[in-house]
Design a protein around this ligand. Sequence first.
Ligand SMILES: Cc1cc2nc3c(=O)[nH]c(=O)nc-3n(C[C@H](O)[C@H](O)[C@H](O)COP(=O)(O)OP(=O)(O)OC[C@H]3O[C@@H](n4cnc5c(N)ncnc54)[C@H](O)[C@@H]3O)c2cc1C
Length: 475
Amino acid sequence: MPVVANVPNNVSDTTREALKGMIAGEVFVPGDSGYDEARRAWDLAADQRPAVVVFAESVVDVVRAMRFARSHGMRVAPQSTGHGALPLGLIEGTMLLRTSRMRRVDIYPATRTARVEAGAQWEDVTAPAGEHDLAALAGTSPNVGVTGYTLGGGMGWLARRFGLAANSVTAVELVTPDGRLVRADAENEPDLLWAIRGGGGSVGVVTALEMELYPAPELYGGALFFPIERGAEVLRAWREWTDGVPDEVTSMGRILRLPPVPEVPEALRGRAFTLVEAAYLGDADAGAELIRPLRDLAPEIDTFTTIPAPALAQINMDPDQPVPSVGDGAFLTDLPADALDRVVALAGPNAETPLQSIEVRHLGGALAREDPGHGAQAKIDAMYVLFAGGLTPTREAGEAVGAAVGTLKEALAPWHAGYDYYNFVEIPVEADIVLPPASYERLRRIKADYDPDEVIVSSHPVSPDRPDDMTGTQR
Ligand SMILES: Cc1cc2nc3c(=O)[nH]c(=O)nc-3n(C[C@H](O)[C@H](O)[C@H](O)COP(=O)(O)OP(=O)(O)OC[C@H]3O[C@@H](n4cnc5c(N)ncnc54)[C@H](O)[C@@H]3O)c2cc1C
């Protein structure tokens, strides 16, 4: 149990005014007219009800908010977009510390690096980096937050070539739970750097990340759309194809049911497909040759073309506006025909399912290679990762999607790896469920050093390894 207790949600007027007086950004408490807007996460299925919401404008605001929370016995939940808000739950009595206004991005083409403030979204980085033919290790969506994504690993379209985004972070600026601003890199506070590189945000509030960028002069990417009825055939062909592709190819097999809403292009609206999506780091001729076996299956729609790096974020067609959605994922050691048949039985053409998207991404390549400088997710042994979910306009819809994902995960249990992918688990579980066991134990020791009182609330909590804790692993 945290040593810092949650305070009641009714913050007094005096306390609120004191906090407002020291913050350049904005402060909201329950009852304020802007409170509901301020507490709203990008994932509209999340219902967070913090004691106070602080919109930090600067590092100084973050330091002051942290010290204020500390002196008032409040816990602090850092958040940028709220794409990953579901695991947090209600967070009553907590300070929700939003960094979403801190979006400055500096690109350094000469060193192929970027410094990115904690509230930046991926498109804030990919667009200016792309002007120099450089790519950042962004995910499938342009508006996911750089910080939450990277702290949880960060797996995008160049993952098989360059690994997890977390392992390309070279330095972090962070406000510790005792209110100190530190810059951690390989030489200074290396434990902090290790912890945030894949271990989530449990040791402080990140204010900026420094990261490597990669040359991406030519990229070929897109999606092949097949009728959902061809699910088993297409997914099996994709699976076999992944055995022979180079690290420059990152791909996924997917079943997608598009809602009948005006935001979806007319040709796709309300329809269901089996897809293969892929990105190739190389020229169009070589890319076309690589995907030829899948093209030979005669897709109904083929969007493969030469694209600039920022356009990688269009391949997966992720929603560009906040939506209510629920999902969950799992690392899979392999994906034999039997496993694919189970996916098709539960989500294919004949299935009655509330799941709208079931994707399986191909891993391996750089993701599977460990480097001594890597962080809490140093390498991934699993060869595939599943993510399945759906839109959930009502609580009942949320329960139905949650149950359907659970059934799908259970059906794939024979191929389930030992732990799950941090970023794809949207249900409240401790970090030991989403990290390799040795990493979790090291993270517990770092948590005990930096945040023994559990001030920081993170999406997947870490229990500090206290020397007198008879239930935990001893140092
Ligand atoms: C549409 C969509 C597409 C996605 N695609 C991918 C993908 O391709 N690859 C992938 O790996 N993941 C993907 N994800 C998962 C995504 O990476 C996680 O949801 C991630 O947590 C989102 O980060 P965020 O900063 O936007 O969210 P937030 O909800 O703002 O943050 C999530 C968590 O990160 C931590 N955190 C955030 N900011 C800070 C901070 N300043 N200091 C300390 N801790 C902090 C906190 O624990 C917070 O609860 C996707 C999610 C969605 C909804």
